[in-house]
Ligand binder design. Sequence first.
Ligand code: ADP
Ligand code: MG
Length: 266
Amino acid sequence: MGKIVAIANQKGGVGKTTTAVNLSSCVAALGKKVLIVDLDPQGNTTTGYGIAKRSVEVGTYELLVQDAETRQAIRKTEFRTDVIPSNTRLAGASLEMVDLPGRESRLRKALAQVQQDYDFIFIDCPPSLDLLTLNGLCACDSVLIPIQCEYYALEGLSELISTLKTIRKKYNSYLDIEGVVFTMYSGRYNLTLQVVEQVCKYFGPKVYKTTIPRSIRISEAPSYGQPINFYEPKGKGSEAYMDLAIEFVKSNRPHDAAPRRKKAKA
Ligand code: ADP
Ligand code: MG
């Protein structure tokens, strides 16, 4: 059974999607079978993998709202990673799901159909705490948190921690923290060091040793529809995400695979 990892942080612009696209691609490059689910109506993971949003007929929206077959929504890519794409229809899903049965566990049910086909399934969550993100957090075994080292990072983090507590209590008692990664990192600034110190104090060994540097190449790769390890295989961005992938895979050796989870309340 593949492990499901949500990439989440309520703060926008911290590098969730960038990490989702590049980490999933680098984990696939290590020989793992990988699926990524675009749970953000903006569809940046979709375009980051070179899929035109307007071409998406069956995607995350159809899984969540119309009970589409999960395999029908999966797109093979030339980057070894499979993608469940999204498009703007997904923006309405939160409202449309409100009256559907098991509204917060719809993604979990959909992914259960294909979980045995993959080693890892990543979910790129939107920057909000609506029903979409709730579906992401209820579907996953663990959450990977990208943090940008800036003044407001800690504020957003305490919100995220209390959200995770609530989710564990109400819906998904096995929800684990996969790890914390610093994005757009520049060790030169005092503020960066202060944020790093605080985050490490709280998360301890969950903080990845690998940090992701700020890089123009990382930010321009999506406009070419390519993950960084294809766009600039030998650059520092690619190197950093490959290092993160290695760290991630090492910390997920089979013996510490996720435990079977309790059924969430409908
Ligand atoms: P989120 O998904 O959390 O909203 P994104 O991954 O979309 O964040 O990143 C926000 C912006 O920051 C994007 O324009 C992205 O290209 C840029 N960005 C993310 N990571 C890096 C990085 N390591 N170096 C440079 N720019 C980055
Ligand atoms: Mg995003």
